[in-house]
Design a protein around this ligand. Structure first.
Ligand code: GDP
Length: 247
């Protein structure tokens, strides 16, 4: 099969990046590359590399898969028989390379949704992975929350954005179930949120300032962050567990 870097070039050169795209993001090691490979080839790769730049794969949903918008089509409609193509964009999870992920959101190419992959085996209380993951997710959600202020028309035009938090590595015995992944991340994001705002206060900029209120994720005045609070900003978060490899 065609190496991914060629694949990606062909895509860019042919302008096919306007296919509906789903952004795949998350901390490094969470399983993004494995998931991308699985989507692309239908099997998981034995080895993945540390990605330095976003890579894309053209994916096909199996024939017969119905998009929710197709619900009212007749089962005999010929469009149902075509493979549904979409583009999955893998972005590096390494902290220094996160601007790629943020750029994909602030410069979306027909962005239809985001899959945020987390390693469910590193999310226990006190685990370094929990803080790191919550920190990253907080930043992504904040970019989405603030998209209506963006000067970029394409970003502004993004209406409802579905986000799937994929609690990966469910096959490992230390992995938390999806419900706990959800509540642990909400709790940890609450901490990230208050420490960020405390940072602003300490720097002498009060929360009374309108500008800083914009840096507050979710509902103003709430003590606990809940993913549900993002719905006010048309960001719909769902948490689901599973495993790409192993098991
Ligand atoms: P990325 O940095 O997010 O792209 O993560 P990778 O796809 O490179 O995966 C990191 C490591 O986790 C690799 O060794 C994968 O084989 C492993 N891995 C990925 N998904 C799973 C899973 O569902 N279960 C287990 N046990 N390991 C996984």
């Amino acid at each position: 099969s065609i190496p991914l870097f060629l694949h990606s070039f062909v895509f860019r050169a042919s302008g096919l990046t306007t296919l509906p795209s789903i952004l795949l993001i998350g901390p490094s090691g969470s399983g993004k590359t494995s998931l991308l490979t699985l989507f692309e080839r239908g099997t998981s790769a034995a080895q993945t590399h540390t990605s330095q730049a976003p890579i894309s794969a053209e994916c096909h949903l199996p024939v017969g898969t119905l998009a929710s918008s197709d619900r009212y089509r007749s089962v005999n409609d010929p469009t149902n028989l075509r493979h549904k193509k979409f583009l999955l964009v893998d972005t590096p999870g390494h902290g220094k390379l996160r601007h790629h992920a943020l750029a994909s959101i602030t410069n979306p190419q027909n962005l239809k949704g985001i899959i945020f992959v987390v390693d469910a085996a590193t999310l226990s209380a006190g685990d370094e992975g929990l803080r790191h993951t919550a920190d990253y997710l907080h930043d992504i959600l904040l970019v989405l929350q603030k998209r209506t202020e963006s000067k970029n028309k394409a970003v502004k035009a993004l209406k409802e954005i579905p986000i799937l938090i994929a609690a990966n590595k469910g096959d490992l015995f230390t992995a938390l179930p999806a419900s706990l992944v959800k509540s642990s991340l909400e709790m940890e994001i609450s901490k990230v949120r208050s420490s960020r705002s405390k940072g602003l206060l300490d720097s002498g900029i009060g929360m009374e300032d309108e500008g800083d209120r914009d840096e507050w994720l979710g509902e103003v005045g709430s003590t606990e962050f809940r993913f549900k609070q993002m719905e006010e900003f048309d960001v719909v978060v769902e948490v689901s567990g599973g495993n790409v490899a192993g098991g």
